[in-house]
Ligand binder design. Structure first.
Ligand code: GRF
Length: 193
């Protein structure tokens, strides 16, 4: 068994599919970390019975907020963190202090369209092929090693909303699978797991 934490602060559709998928495994989704009081992801977590922790950043240094988060990861022996729309960059302090891997889902074919508004930017660029990437995060913005990537050919005349829906559907299918694959790998390295 390996322990996962999901960090999300928005709608939480990825959080939901991850929570549902992890339920069917020997692994544990220990908690949802969020940083905005009114995030819709919170409702999803309550419905799914996943413990939640709010760490707000306002009035604190980034390092103070990250120390609180780190304490939670230590308390729950977190092996893997999945970022699913967290919308805050983790600093080198956090990245070197947390000993496990941190995965992020990004709605473009990295290295294209790193950073914000990736779907809109790839749509507006008229790229014939669009897709998603799961990376292991490092100190850069969306620059870490690619663990998984998949793409689709854009239908002629597809609207931005249609493209967005297709991208989210790929995320929902594959992000949980990549997470579970990584949890399985971690499990194999834990003595007497
Ligand atoms: C996803 O599109 C993901 O690629 C990006 O943030 C979005 C989160 O969506 N990092 P949701 O909150 O999971 O619905």
């Amino acid at each position: 068994m390996a322990n996962l934490a999901v960090f999300a602060s928005g709608n939480g559709s990825n959080f939901q599919v991850i929570a549902e998928a992890v339920r069917g495994t020997s692994h544990s989704l220990s908690f949802l970390l969020y940083n905005k009081k009114d995030a819709y992801v919170l409702e999803r977590a309550h419905r799914l019975g996943v413990p939640v922790y709010l760490v707000e950043y306002a009035g604190k240094t980034r390092e103070q907020a990250e120390r609180e988060i780190l304490a939670l990861t230590e308390r729950f022996h977190i092996d893997l963190i999945a970022l699913a729309g967290y919308m805050k960059l983790l600093t080198p302090f956090f990245l070197t202090s947390f000993k496990g891997d941190i995965l992020n889902i990004h709605p473009s074919l990295l290295p294209k369209y790193a950073g914000v508004n990736a779907i809109e930017r790839s749509y507006n660029a008229g790229d014939p092929e669009l897709g998603i990437t799961v990376i292991k995060i490092d100190k850069g913005v969306d620059t870490g090693p690619i663990l998984f990537q998949t793409s689709f050919k854009r239908s002629p005349g597809a609207s931005l909303a249609e493209v967005e829906a297709e991208i989210h559907s790929l995320e929902h299918t594959y992000f949980p699978l990549v997470i579970i694959r990584e949890l399985d790998k971690i499990d194999q390295t834990i003595p007497n797991a």
